[in-house]
Design a protein around this ligand. Structure first.
Ligand code: GLA
Length: 387
């Protein structure tokens, strides 16, 4: 989005060309490996994209918040008179949830005109929600001199999503969107929040994101069901060892756990989480050694485990992944995000990238009736003001 064009749209909506709005950007993210581990205190390895959410914002010297977006027709206005309540899942619940977190901290927020534009597809598992939350947070932080650091804003955005929007997500998305670094992936321990930026050097390979374009329907309820199953596993495993979360266990211990977890479904869930943590650690190690082949294999193993043990994939994601693996130059391919739809992420030899897209699209359409979208993302920086 061109800055001048975006400002013009802002003036068209809100008038007063004499006072310039300030422009902020927050990326979406793609998770390379480490799925459904964040709320289990485990490891994840996401990176921020060069796609995301733009926000043009200006104080309006009133007590009114005026929201608009260029993505669809929606203008919303509301007074600031204390805390907000969730209004039937409209998109402004994401910014309102964040504004609430600022108000709860006693930070004085005045009226603003806010124009949003997102170029990361909604509901595709690329964290469009976290992106809207974090762009709002960095903007408020600057406009109202709140002095918050990135981690505080990440936690407030996650809280907004958990408590205001009502999606019980872990911390990965907001963290990746806040702490993204150009050409690096983030190796994050979701228990301690210690992290390391690891250079994403893929040699002669490219990252390709493929959108199933399947509307995610049951994601939230299934997500909460998985969380409950993991909690159940932790509860049952207290007879084996005192643990706070599944990530305190190692892959070597998996065979010992069946004695304590009689329910085979709960056992499968635990197995996924524990084995996935092992895969993330190995993936980071081999990436540092420049072993992209092994990195790709680990991505494949991750998908298989998400399909067979965690059961969060579905026909669309599986078709992209298993048909994709048959194509030349594909080193690894897996679902990314919560699952049940959304996107896959693949590592493909660059000279085969075009072929990958050309061959995969018709096979996918034939099997599912849906048309996929492909993105060749760059890895970008986290949420920030744009000059
Ligand atoms: C969603 C959630 C994240 C994480 C992933 C699965 O993206 O928002 O917190 O749990 O699913 O890895």
């Amino acid at each position: 989005m061109d800055k001048k064009e975006f400002s013009d749209k802002f003036y068209e909506k809100f008038g007063n060309r004499n006072e310039e709005p300030v422009l902020f950007f927050s990326p979406g993210r793609v998770n390379l490996i480490g799925e459904h581990t964040d709320y289990n205190g485990g490891f994840v390895f996401p990176c921020a994209l060069n796609y995301g959410t733009y926000l043009s914002v200006r104080k309006n010297n009133s007590n009114k918040l005026r929201f608009s977006t260029l993505n669809f027709k929606s203008d919303e206005e509301t007074d600031i008179k204390g805390l907000f309540i969730n209004n039937s899942r409209k998109w402004i619940n994401y910014p309102l949830g964040v504004i609430n977190e600022f108000l709860k901290k006693g930070i004085k927020i005045g009226g603003m005109d806010l124009l949003y534009f997102g170029d990361v597809p909604n509901g595709a598992g690329l964290s469009s929600s976290a992106s809207i939350e974090m762009v709002t947070a960095v903007a408020l932080n600057e406009l109202f001199s709140a002095g918050l650091n990135t981690l505080e804003m990440v936690k407030m955005s996650q809280k907004a999503e958990n408590e205001f929007v009502g999606m019980n997500c872990g911390i990965m998305d907001q963290f990746a969107v806040g702490f993204g670094k150009k050409d690096h992936a983030i190796f994050l321990n979701c228990d301690t929040l210690a992290f390391e930026n690891v250079p994403l050097v893929l040699n002669d390979c490219s990252l390709i994101i493929t959108n199933t374009n399947k509307r995610r329907g049951l994601t939230d309820s299934k997500y909460n069901e998985r969380r409950a199953e993991c909690d159940k596993a932790v509860e049952l495993l207290q007879a084996y060892k005192t643990i706070r979360n599944l990530s305190e266990l190692t892959t070597m211990e998996i065979p010992l756990l069946e004695k304590y977890i009689m329910d085979p479904v709960v056992m499968q869930r635990a197995k996924h989480v524990i084995s996935e943590n092992g895969r993330v650690q190995e993936a980071v190690k081999v990436l540092k050694e420049n072993n992209i082949i092994r990195f790709g294999e680990l991505m494949n193993e991750s998908h298989d485990s998400l399909k067979d043990d965690y059961e969060v994939t579905g026909d669309e994601l599986d078709t992209l992944v298993y048909e994709g693996r048959k194509l030349p130059g594909v080193l690894g391919t897996r679902m990314t995000g919560a699952g049940f739809g959304g996107c896959t992420v693949s590592i493909v030899k660059t000279k085969y990238s075009e072929n990958f897209m050309k061959e995969l699209a018709p096979v996918y359409t034939k099997k599912t009736g849906l048309v996929p979208d492909f993105y060749l993302p760059e890895i970008g920086n986290g949420a920030r003001r744009l000059e």
